[in-house]
Design a protein around this ligand. Sequence first.
Ligand SMILES: Nc1ncnc2c1ncn2[C@@H]1O[C@H](COP(=O)(O)OP(=O)(O)OP(=O)(O)O)[C@@H](O)[C@H]1O
Ligand SMILES: [Mg+2]
Length: 474
Amino acid sequence: MSKRLTPDELRTLFLFESLDDDQLARLAADGEVEHRDAGTVVYAEGEPATCFFVLLEGTVAMSRRVHGDEVEVNRTEQRGVYGGATQAYIGERVSQTYLNTLRAITDSEFFVLPADVMAAAVREWFPMAIHLLEGLFFGMRATQTIVGERERLLALGSLSAGLTHELNNPAAAAVRATSTLRERVSGMRQKLAMIADGRLDGTQLHRLVELQDDAVKRAASAPKLSALATSDAEDAIADWLDDHDVTGGWDLAATLVAGGVDVEWLEHIASTVEDGDLEPALRWLCYTVDTELLMGEIEDSVTRISGLVAAAKQYSQLDRTPYQTINVHDLLDATLTMMQAKIPKGVRVVKDYDRALPSIPAYAAELNQVWTNLIDNAVGAMDGEGTLTVRTTREDGRLIVEISDTGSGIAPEIRQRIFEPFFTTKPVGEGTGLGLDISYRIVVNKHHGDIRVESQPGATTFRVYLPIDDQDAA
Ligand SMILES: Nc1ncnc2c1ncn2[C@@H]1O[C@H](COP(=O)(O)OP(=O)(O)OP(=O)(O)O)[C@@H](O)[C@H]1O
Ligand SMILES: [Mg+2]
């Protein structure tokens, strides 16, 4: 025997409170009370939406599948909340499947109506509301589609634009260094002829090779000098070369200083070779220093390239599962690396990380999108000069990422609106006004976190709060 509710009992549910007696009687006749045990699925996302459920008693949790993961979107014990076939009144124009999954957390009771009964009742009783709802529904769907596409484009666009730019510099540097290296090596081969001519005897040659080894070591560990110190050192060496009748001293001086060579070291060489051989010997050593520096440059460039590729991989999370346990600092570092080209020289970047923070479960690629949007806004507000601070802390079981800038600030009258989709103060073509909307949805809807902003001229801070699931992190 199925259990029913009386019209008066139905009236106590907020959804039905304004229905008249006839309407309530009809719902009471068609709907039944159903019990579900704790832990069971009431209805499952994707299955045909055949019933409309109203919670009478118990606790339920609603979840949605996002990229294959089940994400809880709501948990409640509020009597009267409803779910299931909520779009039945729209009819054939949308696929009538459950849009989410409802689970009974405790033993629960529901008032259950067949979807077609619910749809017919709503259409018949509220024809005008149906028109408005349909307008809203299809309008929202169009907006969602546009926003979703735009979102993907933004992520992809900022990633590839930033990366191309960033990769270009070290790649070009490596190519340049390699071609110079080729010239130097060929020059060195020619200088070998000098040795073959027998102008250097065995001991001299021996000594020269030792000096060469020393030059290589110096070049590898040469301290980075300031511009002023460099030009002083070059002056000193050029003078020494002049005094020793070495022509083209200036060319050699720059290389020798870069390789960490000083006047004292030159004296060594002068005492090793005959006067007439000083210049060819020095040039030979310069080639050595030069090739060493060039190889160092190539190594640096190539290391930078692999670093960037690693950052791009970390940033895009292309080879990872979307939902995983992550360290926010890795994400922040990867994002900052990817955005380097977009941050003007006049903007100082300060990182203030609390390294003791635990890893948290999160959608890594999407959080990177959040950092990107916030950093992009912060940089945009600074007009080429200022300080960008990226800070991490924790507070009451929540991890906080702060992005602060010393820019213009957000005027109080627009503070309420900045998270709205399409709200922007940037000129047409520069901002879409989606950055904060997207960020908000990622942080609040997908991570159950929060974004807050504090701003005055010269000091704006966006704080992203993310729940720390200690159990999960451990
Ligand atoms: N750090 C900030 N300082 C000052 N104003 C800000 C800051 N961050 C956001 N805003 C304001 O909020 C508005 C909305 O930001 P949002 O990121 O949503 O869009 P947008 O930056 O204008 O465009 P998009 O991010 O799509 O390129 C901005 O136009 C700007 O007026
Ligand atoms: Mg923005």
